[in-house]
Design a protein around this ligand. Structure first.
Ligand SMILES: Cc1cc2nc3c(=O)[nH]c(=O)nc-3n(C[C@H](O)[C@H](O)[C@H](O)COP(=O)(O)O)c2cc1C
Length: 198
C-alpha cells in the first residue's frame, strides 16, 4: 500500500490555509494553444478529493477550446507557505452537479453576471470596443438579475475536475537547496512512487 498523493495535497492545503497562504485556492492551468503554443493562467482551485482537482471554466473561452482541441491540460500548484509545488497531469472529468451548484452559490453578483456576459454579449478574452461598453453590458444584465440569488448558472459554465494519473511533488529543502522530489504514478487502485533528481 503506497501513500496517497491526493491525501498529501489535501493535508498540505489545510496547513497552507492555516498559514494564510495567498494562493491556497489558486492553481495554474496549462493548455496547448494554436501551433502548439503553451498557455498558462491562474484559475481558482475548488475541491481536491478522489475525484480530482476542481475548477470552474467557461466553454466560451480560449482555454476551453484549447482543451477540447488538444484533449490536454495540466495544473501547477505553488503553496510557498508550506514550501510545496505540485504538478498534476491526468484527464478532465465533469464535476459532480451538487458541487457545481455549491460553487456557483458562492459566486458574488459581479462574478455571476460576468459568466452571463460571455453568452449575452462577447466571449471571454475577446476584444471589446471599450471598458465602458463592457460595463454597459454588465449594467444591463444587472437590471435583468438584480441580486446574486436571482442569477441562474449559465449554459456555458463548466465544472471540471482534473483526475490525476501523475502528480509530481516538489518539497523545498531551503537549508541546503537539495529539494525533495517525488513522482506518483497511478497504477489501478494504487500509486507507484519514484524519487526524482530535484
Ligand atoms: C486569482 C485568479 C483566479 C482566477 N480564477 C479563474 C477561474 O476560476 N476561472 C476562469 O475561467 N478564470 C479565472 N481567472 C482568470 C484567468 O486567469 C484568465 O485570465 C481567463 O480565464 C481567460 O483565460 P483564457 O483566455 O486563457 O481562456 C482567474 C484569475 C486570477 C488572477
Amino acid at each position: 500500500m503506497t501513500p496517497d498523493p491526493i491525501a498529501e495535497v489535501v493535508a498540505a492545503r489545510e496547513e497552507a490555509r492555516r498559514r494564510k497562504d495567498a494562493h491556497v485556492d489558486v492553481c495554474f492551468l496549462a493548455t496547448v494553444g494554436a501551433q502548439g503554443r503553451p498557455e498558462a493562467r491562474p484559475v481558482s482551485l475548488r475541491d481536491i478529493d478522489a475525484g480530482g482537482f476542481g475548477m470552474l471554466l467557461n466553454a466560451r473561452s480560449p482555454k476551453w477550446r484549447q482543451i477540447e482541441r488538444s484533449g490536454q491540460c495540466s495544473l501547477t500548484i505553488l503553496w510557498s507557505s508550506v514550501e510545496r509545488q505540485y504538478r498534476v497531469y491526468g484527464a478532465l472529468r465533469p464535476m459532480h452537479p451538487d458541487r457545481l451548484r455549491f460553487w456557483w452559490a458562492r459566486k458574488v453578483l459581479g462574478s455571476r453576471l460576468l459568466e452571463h456576459y460571455y453568452e449575452a454579449y462577447t466571449s471571454q478574452s475577446e476584444p471589446l470596443a471599450s471598458r465602458a461598453a463592457f460595463l454597459d453590458g454588465i449594467a444591463e444584465l444587472g437590471r435583468r438579475y438584480p441580486d446574486a440569488t436571482s442569477v441562474p448558472a449559465p449554459e456555458g459554465l463548466r465544472g471540471v475536475c482534473l483526475w490525476p494519473t501523475e502528480i509530481d511533488v516538489w518539497h523545498a529543502s531551503p537549508a541546503d537547496r537539495l529539494h525533495d522530489r517525488r513522482r506518483f504514478t497511478r497504477r489501478g487502485e494504487d500509486w507507484t512512487i519514484e524519487t526524482l533528481v530535484p
